[in-house]
Ligand binder design. Structure first.
Ligand SMILES: [Zn+2]
Ligand SMILES: [Zn+2]
Length: 277
C-alpha cells in the first residue's frame, strides 16, 4: 500500500542534510503517496550552538517550486508534498512565542513534540542523571500532557516515546508500557481524542540507539482505540535520504492488528483518513 510519511526533516532543520529535491526523489523511489516536510522549530536556549529555527515562508516557496518542477500530483508523479512543522513544546515564557509563530503561517500539518525537559534534551543523556526510569518517564509524560493542553494548536503528538530512545535503564524498565505508565498515557489520549488530534507511531524510535532497540507496547495502541482514537499517524522522522517511509509496512500491520482500520494525514490542518490494507 502507499503511505503518507507525516514526519520528515530537510536541510531547513540544522540536523538534516536532505534537500527538498532529494526528499522528493526519495519519496518517489519509495512510492509514497505523500510526505509532510516537518522541519524543527525548537526555541530552546539549552540547545546552544544549533538554532532549530526556520523561515516557513522560504521553505514553503521552495516546496511550491519543486512540486511544480516535478509535476507532483499528476498521474505519473502521484505524490503530495505537504507543508509541515515539528514544534518543540516549551514551558513558561516560551509558550507564547511558540503559539505566535505557529499561528503566523499556513501549514498542512503541525506536530507537537517534547524534546526539552527541565532545560535539557534527553538526547544529551544528562536528563537521566539522578532519576530512575519511573521518575524520568513519568516526569516526561506529565509535562507532555500539560504542554499539549497549553499549546493546543497542533494535529499530531510526535514521538510520545522519545524519552525512551536514549535512556540508560535495564531492558526490563526501558520501554514505556501501558501497564506502568497507563495513568499518564490515559490523560494524554483523552485530551487527543476529545480535541480531534492523533498520536504518532514514529518508526525512528524503534531503531538502534546505542545498542538498544526500544519496543512499542501494543497495549498503548489498543488503549487509544478503546478511548475512541480512530486513526494513527505514522512518521519516519528521517534526517537522511535513506529512511523515508521506513518500516511502514511492518508498523501499519501492527496498527491494524491493534484494531485500527485507518491511518491519517493532515492537509490544510484537516484530517484525511486512508485505509490500512
Ligand atoms: Zn522530534
Ligand atoms: Zn522530528
Amino acid at each position: 500500500m502507499r503511505f503518507f510519511d507525516n514526519h520528515t526533516h530537510t536541510n531547513f532543520s540544522p540536523d538534516s542534510p536532505v534537500t527538498i529535491k532529494e526528499a522528493v526523489e526519495a519519496a518517489l523511489a519509495r512510492n509514497l503517496a505523500g510526505v509532510a516536510l516537518t522541519d524543527h522549530y525548537d526555541i530552546d536556549p539549552a540547545l546552544g550552538e544549533m538554532e532549530f529555527n526556520f523561515n516557513p515562508d522560504v521553505q514553503q516557496a521552495e516546496i511550491d517550486k519543486i512540486s511544480f518542477e516535478y509535476g507532483l500530483g499528476s498521474k505519473e508523479r502521484d505524490l503530495q508534498l505537504l507543508k509541515g512543522i515539528e514544534v518543540g513544546l516549551m514551558p513558561g515564557k516560551f509558550m507564547q512565542t511558540i503559539k505566535e509563530f505557529t499561528g503566523k503561517y499556513h501549514f498542512d500539518t503541525v506536530i507537537a513534540s517534547l524534546h526539552t525537559i527541565d532545560g535539557t534534551d534527553p538526547y544529551r543523556r544528562t536528563y537521566y542523571k539522578g532519576r530512575d526510569a519511573w521518575q524520568a518517564y513519568s516526569n516526561a509524560l506529565e509535562l507532555m500532557y500539560n504542554l499539549c493542553v497549553e499549546f493546543k494548536d497542533f494535529d499530531i503528538l510526535g514521538h510520545y516515546d522519545y524519552v525512551a530512545r536514549y535512556s540508560p535503564y535495564s531492558e526490563q524498565e526501558r520501554d514505556i508500557t501501558y501497564k506502568r505508565y497507563g495513568d499518564y498515557i490515559d490523560a494524554i489520549f483523552k485530551y487527543l481524542v476529545e480535541n480531534g488530534k492523533t498520536f504518532e507511531i514514529n518508526t525512528k524510535t524503534y531503531t538502534n540507539h546505542a545498542g538498544y532497540i526500544p519496543k512499542l507496547d501494543l497495549d498503548i495502541l489498543k488503549r487509544f482505540k478503546e478511548l475512541g482514537g480512530e486513526a494513527l499517524s505514522i512518521g519516519s522522522d528521517t534526517h537522511g535520504r535513506d529512511r523515508f517511509g521506513d518500516n511502514f509496512e511492518l508498523y501499519s500491520q501492527i496498527i491494524k492488528e491493534c484494531g485500527f482500520k485507518y491511518l491519517v494525514y493532515y492537509k490544510n490542518r484537516k484530517p484525511n483518513y486512508y485505509t490500512i490494507k
